[in-house]
Design a protein around this ligand. Structure first.
Ligand SMILES: [Zn+2]
Length: 461
């Protein structure tokens, strides 16, 4: 809305929802302390629906279809990969308490018991839900319990100030499957879940899996046999200019034809990345440090393996456009990258819409024009390149250069705004904003804009 250009911007705190032990698919199945990706040993996973789901407590908006939201979420994940869920009902109300081993029942519960409230004390009080995964030394999951925060409000109709139930279930089921957080802002496995009302919109984006979520779950469980298509992969090593491997860098692949984000990966201690399950075609590969919109600490496993990433000053490197690759079926292409020794000066940390700045992707609809905000370091109009200073790396989304404006925000953050036109035939998916400074430095907001599928549009503005 053009009339909102001069609105005072409001910083909306996005709530961080994260889970207990689970390792990252983005870490390519292995990390320094474990040889195996955490996964279920079977493609059939038994989940127990707590009877609390059929009689929701008072923190669920009356009339919400809790069981329907859960079944839709399970079905969405099941459609994306070669997994089936079998459902049974249980009188159990509470998840397995802390300690080494569970009770073998993977319970999904919303009961407001003391045991269920325990994971949400203190720093976790704003989280929507948590998942506790039990697994063997070799990485086989034996049990995973999901509990929703008894102190938070939930709904299924977009009620402002509540968490969307289906979006919450989607994220937690990802953890139940062994997935960790994603660095793509638009992914269901993004570490932060917004409440309904951010950008004055319902927070439904995590209800649908992004391409990155699909690539992740397929990396672990494979494609469903009926939808299996030949896929290829890209691998390589990222190093600093000194030759030292760059650990914990976020590498992503973008389709050349559409500009859509295809998949992301985080580099291992030896600097290598692996992006699998790519359809044959041309991709652009890029790498950024995790100190922008998504922080290393949020990607990191809570087991502490990656805790050092959060404070490592080495992590703050300039985004690099690694190059373009042709992915072929059943082949793995290799592409290495060396990072610049120039200091990071352009660093977007917030995106916004409707007068609000946040860390959540902005949902867009085809055939419309939106005013988008970006905040962070080095984002003054003076500092940005006169031509191509702000763009979307897609032929379907166009930034109007004459709409670029500096906004007042304070808090040491520079904020700009600009209009983005979405073409009528823009494919549903996630797109990235590209910023370029006058000196040639580039920075991205990976998956910062999500084009909703026709018939599933959440942004009426
Ligand atoms: Zn999480």
């Amino acid at each position: 809305m053009l009339s909102r250009l001069c609105t005072v911007l409001v910083l909306v705190t996005a709530m961080i929802s994260s889970a207990v032990p689970a390792r990252a698919y983005t870490l390519q199945f292995t990390d320094s302390s474990s040889k195996a990706q955490i996964k279920w040993p079977s493609h059939t996973i038994n989940v127990a629906f707590s009877s609390s789901l059929a009689a929701p407590p008072a923190n669920f908006k009356a009339g919400s279809d809790v069981v329907g939201a859960l079944r839709r979420a399970l079905a969405n994940w099941s459609e994306a990969a070669d997994i089936e869920f079998t459902e049974s009902w249980s009188k159990e109300q509470s998840i397995s308490a802390g300690g080494g081993s569970g009770d073998g029942i993977s319970l999904i519960t919303i009961a407001g018991t003391q045991d269920n409230a325990a994971p949400f004390i203190g720093a976790s009080s704003e989280m929507s839900g948590r998942t506790r995964v039990f697994f063997t030394r070799s990485g086989s999951i034996t049990e995973a319990d999901i509990v929703l925060n008894p102190y938070q409000q939930f709904s299924t109709d977009g009620t402002t100030g509540t968490y969307d139930l289906e979006a919450t279930f989607m994220h937690e089921i990802g953890h139940l499957l062994g997935l960790e957080h994603s660095s793509a802002v638009s992914a269901t496995m993004q570490p932060r879940q917004g409440k309904n009302g951010i950008y004055s919109l319902p927070a439904f984006t995590p209800r649908s899996l992004s391409e990155d979520d699909r690539a992740g779950v397929r990396s672990i469980y494979g494609m469903r046999p009926e939808s299996a298509k030949a896929r290829g992969a890209v691998t390589g090593a990222v190093s600093y200019h000194t030759g030292v491997p760059a650990f914990g860098a976020s590498v992503w692949a973008e389709e050349v034809s559409t500009g859509k984000v295809a998949a992301t990966s985080i580099t291992l201690t030896n600097g290598t990345y692996l992006i699998e399950n790519l359809l044959p075609g041309k991709y652009r590969l890029k790498v950024e440090s995790l100190d922008g919109l998504v922080l290393a600490a949020e990607i990191a496993s809570q087991r502490g393996v990656y805790a050092g990433l959060a404070t490592s000053t080495q992590m703050a490197f300039r985004t690099a456009e690694i190059g373009q690759v042709s992915v072929r079926a059943d082949r793995t292409v290799k592409l290495d990258a060396q990072l610049s020794d120039q200091p990071l000066q352009l660093n977007p940390t917030l995106i916004g819409f409707n007068g609000q700045l946040s860390t959540l992707s902005v949902p867009l609809a085809p055939s419309r024009v939106y005013t988008i905000y970006v905040g962070g370091d080095g984002l003054s109009l003076k500092n940005l390149a006169a031509e191509g200073g702000v763009s979307v790396t897609s032929p379907y989304l166009t930034v109007n250069p004459s709409s670029l404006a500096q906004q007042q925000f304070g808090a040491g953050i520079s904020v700009i705004s600009f209009d983005v036109a979405v073409s009528e035939n823009a494919p549903a998916g996630d797109y990235s904003l590209r910023l370029q400074s006058a000196s040639g430095e580039v920075a991205y907001i990976v998956g910062g804009l999500t084009v909703d599928a026709a018939g599933n549009v959440t942004n009426p503005w």
